[in-house]
Design a protein around this ligand. Structure first.
Ligand code: CMC
Length: 429
């Protein structure tokens, strides 16, 4: 088959550009030579029509509501896999054999502790600091502790840094939580699985035995799986952009954490839960739906809408099931927040405004309720997202470093400021 091309005409001059096909999904027009040939840039703020890289890790079909990691549907991974298996898949490209899985679990487990001096970093923060502020600082600080895994040209060091990051994030996240509530840090326990260990580090206290509830641990693990990667979202693109300059992996992940914090991204589940609490009861829903539809009101229904999914977010369906399992296990089936959430979902899914704009509930709509039931304060929600997304960030970062096409990311702009003018001394202004 002949190579496809696209032609663009600028000031009467025609330029032909290659059209590249992926394995699935939309084709892309390779505009790399556009500036050289026409002296013009493309303009696409928010990257709505721009592929920033080539990737083999995650595929999303937003119209159909499909999410694949290395080709495997998220529904199958969440149903049959565990989080570390998904980590292996994202990092290495294939599901592990039983022996590979055992070895991988062991290698991750060997890195769960953090340098003891790290604990001093925590005490430098105010007690009322948002745990995401603590995460930005402490994860960035890892590069000051693990010098033997910051040479990004060495594949072995890159893998050690990757495993360290996956292993230490639960420990750091739990420390951020314990510091926040004024309890002593709980060290990791390596005979527990990843999610159980995390729950224990968050909720155990030295003076009592802590028994992990397997239903809750499974729910926690599933939440991690559902957040593991999501192709070139804002925080992943931030990690890639930071990494494109050659920055070390710990610094790049800290950059990703900073980006994730915003309410339009990882902060949405915290915002969604706050919104449900503000609505408070089913009879107030119409008032909030009307606010969301009012063009003159900036209010948005948090947990609804997605840049890519113009259909039900497949993760939201699994999350909804997990929410019911957790609330059932804890005897919270009649939680008023859940009642408000269900009714809000029903109304939004049948309302013309939401149907027309294809605004479906996203994963954050349900994850907030589940995390609250598990015992986490809202301020920890984005921290848990960061913990789970770390593997996606690090897999995408590794892929970028290994990409022979990789260059420093350097977008251009449409300048609309003052043209050149001469400096005027203060006395003459
Ligand atoms: N409630 C009411 N109206 C909405 C909402 C909403 N949640 N989301 C979008 N709209 C409207 C928006 O006003 C606009 O209307 P119009 O065309 O009349 O101006 C239209 O839908 C398109 O919105 P947009 O802002 O251009 O869409 P976007 O792709 O830039 O934004 C979004 C996507 C997720 C930022 C946005 O839907 C939103 O703010 N949602 C609430 C926050 C949220 O739940 N974020 C979690 C995203 S999923 C997790 C993650 O990726 O981190």
């Amino acid at each position: 088959m002949a190579n496809k091309s696209a032609v663009i005409t600028v000031d009467g001059k025609q330029v032909e550009m290659n059209v590249r096909s992926g394995s699935i999904g939309p084709e892309v027009i390779d505009i790399g030579s556009l500036y050289k040939n026409t002296g013009t840039f493309t303009y696409d703020p928010g990257f709505t029509s721009t592929a920033s890289c080539e990737s083999k890790i995650t595929y999303i079909d937003g119209d159909e509501g499909v999410l694949l990691h290395r080709g495997y549907p998220i529904e199958q991974l969440a149903e049959h896999g565990d989080f570390l298996e998904v980590c292996y898949l994202l990092l290495y490209g294939e599901l592990p054999t039983a022996a590979q899985k055992k070895d991988f679990d062991h290698r991750v487990t060997m890195h769960t502790m953090v340098h003891e001096q790290m604990s001093r970093f925590f005490t430098g923060f105010r007690r009322d600091a948002h745990p995401m502020a603590v995460m930005c600082g402490t994860v960035g600080a890892l590069s000051a502790f693990y010098h033997d895994s910051t040479d990004i040209t060495d594949p072995h060091q890159r893998m050690v840094a990757s495993l360290r990051m996956i292993a230490k994030m639960p420990t750091i996240a739990a420390m951020a939580y314990k510091y926040h509530i004024g309890q002593p840090f709980v060290y990791p326990k390596n005979d527990l699985d990843y999610a159980s260990n995390f729950l224990r580090m968050c909720f155990a206290v030295p003076c009592e035995e802590y028994v992990v509830n397997p239903v809750l641990a499974r729910a926690m693990d599933r939440i991690f799986i559902l957040h593991a990667d999501h192709e070139q979202n804002a925080s992943t693109s931030t990690v890639r952009l930071a990494g494109s300059s050659g920055a070390n992996p710990f610094a790049c992940i800290a950059a990703g954490i900073a980006c994730l914090w915003g309410p339009a991204h990882g902060g949405a589940n915290e915002a969604a839960l706050n919104m449900l609490a503000e609505i408070g009861s089913v009879d107030r829903i119409p008032e909030y739906v009307a606010k969301a539809k009012d063009k003159n009101d900036p209010f948005r229904l948090m947990g609804f809408g997605h840049r890519v999914y113009k259909n039900y977010d497949p993760r939201a369906k699994i999350m909804q099931k997990t929410t019911h399992e957790v609330l059932g296990e804890l005897g919270h089936r009649d939680d008023p927040l859940l009642e408000v959430a269900m009714e809000l979902e029903r109304i939004a899914l049948t309302d013309e405004y939401f149907i027309e704009k294809k605004l479906y509930p996203n994963i954050d709509f349900y994850s907030g309720i589940t995390l609250k039931a598990l015992g986490f304060p809202t301020t920890m929600f984005t921290v848990l997202f960061a913990l789970a997304r770390t593997v996606g960030w690090i897999a995408q970062w590794n892929e970028m470093i290994e990409d022979p096409q990789q260059r420093i990311g350097r977008p251009r702009q449409l300048y609309t400021g003052e043209p050149q003018r001469d400096y005027v001394p203060t006395s003459k202004r």
